[in-house]
Design a protein around this ligand. Structure first.
Ligand code: 4AD
Ligand code: MG
Length: 460
């Protein structure tokens, strides 16, 4: 007999009424009295199914009821509708085959563990309700992102992970080498010409620079993949390995960029709310009581658009509130960003036109000569969710800015050449995918939205 998946059964149980079926899964709970037992069985669907075992029908009844949470079973039985009960149907078993017993040292024997405890058993935590919900939402959100861009005819491009250039101009990067580092410990001299690529290379901090040539061929592109940052930021919002999604659009200015960002965020939230109803309801109940109202609010309201200069005006009027001082030219700290989104506006805020000195070399210089056409999307509870800008498309301005910052122009030859071969007004942004998942789930630590978190000082 072919296995029926529990998710299908949970939706179409009426069609299965009175029929014999086979289900497989792991026992979540086993409750028994002398003559009857109930097993909650789960095969990965968010909601499991209830299996009823009657002693007189099940030959190995006494053995089965001794099984513990985590054991894997195959059950053959009849689907019985139970309109009076909490669940609308149950499976009345005629046969139970034990596929894999679960040893008694199984860390998830009991329910209700803390997120910190579960982090120590990260490979098992997807079996819990919370992580089942988080990782399902992560998968559906990734699909929604692809759907959004594919429906708008953007070309998905795969930029390299190993790179010779530092996209952000000043980012801390992981180096990639096959050299035996021990050999250099004493001599101090590293012969990069003998390294794998014959030069010093790194893991990418962003796909943007390699993506732009593709954008200048297709018009609209996006990347979506792993990104690496070796910053020593041990916070709940920074990971050393995370996923970034970077759309890039030709013939598009800053206003067009913001429009795309807002549409994309609203699309992904709506898609997840529609396709992960059970998961969102669960998280709203157990993780963040404001989740549904917050997400609904985001989808149905316009985002705020605020210039950096206006933000500084607002923030300097707030006395004795911040640890870090506020003045025009300062790189805003997360306490400032959070004040704007959580206290002043209580919704997502586009902050644009930042001082050029605190932003990357590729951002387009504004008429005032002091600010660049950059925009960050700040959201309550997270801070910066997206960073982006209109790109400097003018050859002279781009190269002079790069020289000013001491960048080696040869490393960026292709990028610069795009300004000679059909340059145009273009823009792009980078979305931190883990931060989006935190926003979608109410989870407050980035370590709990990555299956194997890579953060400073530890790996598992
Ligand atoms: O603002 P960032 O550094 O922008 C870029 O990398 C641009 N090249 C993007 C572009 O215009 N194509 O990073 C983009 C986003 C941030 O807004 C943040 O959400 C996320 O990536 N991010 C991180 N997420 C987790 N851990 C980290 N260490 C992160 N650093 C950035
Ligand atoms: Mg940024």
């Amino acid at each position: 007999m072919k296995r029926t998946e529990i998710k299908k059964l949970n939706v179409e149980y009426e069609k299965f009424a009175g029929k014999q079926i086979k289900v497989c899964g792991w026992a979540r709970t086993v409750r028994d009295s002398k003559m009857i037992a109930f097993v909650e069985l789960n095969d990965g669907a968010f909601k499991g199914t209830q299996v009823v075992l009657e002693k007189e029908k099940i030959s190995n009844f006494d053995y089965v009821i001794k099984l513990t949470t985590g054991s894997s079973l195959e059950v053959i039985g009849e689907v019985v509708l139970t309109p009076q009960a909490k669940q609308p149907y149950e499976i009345n078993a005629s046969q139970v085959n034990i596929l894999g017993k679960c040893d008694t040292d199984y860390p998830l024997q009991k329910k209700g563990h803390s997120l910190e405890f579960l982090r120590e058993h990260h490979y098992l935590r997807p079996r819990t309700n919370t992580f089942n919900a988080v990782f399902r939402i992560r998968s559906v959100a990734a699909y929604a992102i692809h759907k959004f861009f594919q429906e708008r005819d953007f070309v998905y491009c795969h930029t390299p992970i190993i790179t010779a250039s530092d996209c952000e101009g000043a980012g801390a990067m992981f180096q990639v080498t096959t050299l035996d580092l021990n050999r250099f410990a004493d001599s101090g001299k590293v012969e990069y010409d003998k390294d794998f690529f014959g030069r010093k290379v790194f893991m990418t901090v962003s796909g943007q620079i390699d993506e732009e040539p593709m954008t200048h061929a297709f018009g609209n592109t996006y990347t979506f993949g792993p990104t690496f940052r070796a910053e020593n930021s041990n916070t709940s919002r920074h990971a050393a390995e995370f996923w970034m999604m970077e759309p890039e659009m030709c013939f598009t200015d800053l206003a067009g960029l913001m429009e795309n960002e807002e549409e994309m965020i609203k699309f992904v939230i709506s898609y997840v709310m529609e396709h992960c109803k059970d998961e969102i309801e669960f998280l709203n109940k157990f993780v963040d009581k404001d989740l549904i109202s917050r997400l609904t609010n985001v989808v149905s309201n316009d985002f705020v658009k605020l210039s950096y200069t206006e933000a500084i005006d607002i923030l300097t009027k707030v006395k004795d509130k911040f640890e870090y001082p506020v003045y025009w030219g300062v790189d805003l700290q997360s306490e400032h960003e959070r004040y704007l989104t959580e206290v002043v506006y209580k919704k997502p805020v586009f902050l644009y036109n930042y001082p050029k000195d605190i932003k990357a070399f590729y951002m387009r210089l504004n008429e005032d000569g002091k600010t660049v056409a950059a925009v960050d999307l700040l959201v309550p509870g997270i801070g910066e969710l997206i960073g982006g800008s209109q790109r400097e498309e003018r050859y002279d301005l781009l190269t002079s800015r790069m020289k000013e910052l001491g960048l080696n122009l040869e490393d960026y030859e292709n990028y610069i050449n795009l300004r000679r071969y059909g340059t145009n007004v273009h823009s792009g942004y980078g979305l931190g995918f883990e931060r989006l998942i935190m926003y979608l789930t109410g989870i407050t630590n980035i370590r709990d939205v990555e299956y194997c978190p890579r953060t400073v000082g530890g790996i598992n």
